[in-house]
Ligand binder design. Sequence first.
Ligand code: AMP
Ligand code: ZN
Length: 118
Amino acid sequence: MDCLFCKIVKGEIPSTKVYENEYVYCFKDIAPIAPIHYLIIPKTHISGADQINGENSHLVAKVFEAAAEIAKSEGITDGFRIVTNCGDNAGQTVKHLHFHLLAGVKMGWGPESLGKID
Ligand code: AMP
Ligand code: ZN
């Protein structure tokens, strides 16, 4: 399968590793939109959040466990946001489930952060 993030997990494409365990891999986003911008992915290929089910949802729990550990180990004490984009309207560009961990800046929230809603 021709999947960029599967290749990153296998080490076939270089990445800047932040954290790794048996289930998940975390690396720096190549085009950060916040002072801290990591991607946390399950090592197993899941194409997106719309493919999470009873068989694989334990991997999502592993991602969030890793996020809490990473926040501690990286000294992220002022809060963080985790985002997953799914499908075209959300702007998903890589079809391997990934969670953006954003931190290091006060972030906006509300309709204006999503663009026009009417
Ligand atoms: P999304 O748009 O939600 O699918 O997020 C994909 C993310 O992957 C974007 O933030 C990209 O900057 C990031 N990205 C793409 N290629 C690489 C790469 N080779 N190494 C690290 N991050 C990447
Ligand atoms: Zn993949």
